[in-house]
Design a protein around this ligand. Sequence first.
Ligand code: SF4
Ligand code: SF4
Length: 404
Amino acid sequence: MADQTNKPLGLERVKKWLYAKDLDERSSGCVLCGSCYGHGPANPMEDVPGPKEKCPPYEYYKFQRHTPKSRWLMAQRVFHGLDTITPELKEVMAACTNCLMCQELCGVRGDGYGPWDITVAMREEITEREGPLPAHQAIFDGLKQHDSPWGQTARGAWADGLGLTQLGRGQAATLLFAGCSAERASGRSGAVALAKLMQTAGENFAILGDQEKCCGLYAFDLGYRREYERLKDANLATLTQAGVTKVVVACGSCQRIWREYAKEASGFEVVHGVEFVAQALTTGQLKFTKTIGKKVTYHDSCHLGRGCGVYDPPRQILRAIPGLQLVEMERNQRWSWCCGGGGGAPEADPAMAQWNAADRMREARASGAELMLTSSALCQRSFDELPEAGLPTQDLLEFILAAL
Ligand code: SF4
Ligand code: SF4
């Protein structure tokens, strides 16, 4: 089982963590410690207590099979030919919201891989053997046919009227990567605000406009590894040809994937818009002048937070706005609770994904804030689509722009 470049795929890719025999190197796996779910013991490697709630599908279903540990064991048994891929196994794998909490908690991750990596590899194995899940077929087709998880055929409309330069028609060392969400209501305001913030800061940058392709987030997370590799190669080729050395992204999920590229390629740095703004405030390129008498809370996106370790810049920015009061939700930063919007969960397990978003919204209300700020278009969409009105939410970049 190999792709065109002979890279291993699926469970073969992670066999070192599935107790495979006859390897030259030591093979290991889950040690059943229970740190990754429920109210299990704290990870002995940690010097701070872990969160009370860990894996969203487990908290929703309260069945052992929905723990990260079970996902790992299921993958192990399939790899060794002890189990087949059953409908139940597919259901369990599809419920993972890709929140990365298990990855953050698991002591075994120090070996190089964690439970979430195994879930992704199991998803790849399912795709290789059986193709995409029916609930994700449209996403798979959209990526394959239009380089977009939502099958977008026209790109770049988000930038209409902003007077931005398209890479190729003008050169720039900095690229603003808007992301597929920029063409949807949930992500448009963040991308537009980032462009205006970069213009205000005097940054010389270009966009990809109608040439932009998906970063590959859905392809990576849903187990479409061949599509991910194709999109990654195309995006990196564009960067190299244009001589781009800095990529600024508008969405926390794009950030996680661009950081994934950077593990294999060099010569460029990747920053989220909030990191760009934090830096521009330090250099004086941006400055807050208005007083904003509001109480806000900030929702750490799983991908920007646990995925990229970006916790301080959003808080530094908010504390720099005159008059603004930042209050934290009970679960924040490393232990932030997922919105349920990732990993294809809203398509495969909508009831669970919506419960996850509603639970986070309940926590935001309990913080006493009047507004919740987000830094990933997928989180913004989760809260926008809640049937019951909760706290208002807004993309952090849009909020920052209005505060200048
Ligand atoms: S990534 Fe999150 S939802 Fe998925 S198994 Fe780990 S803790 Fe559970
Ligand atoms: S996946 Fe990691 S944290 Fe969870 S039970 Fe196994 S070793 Fe422990």
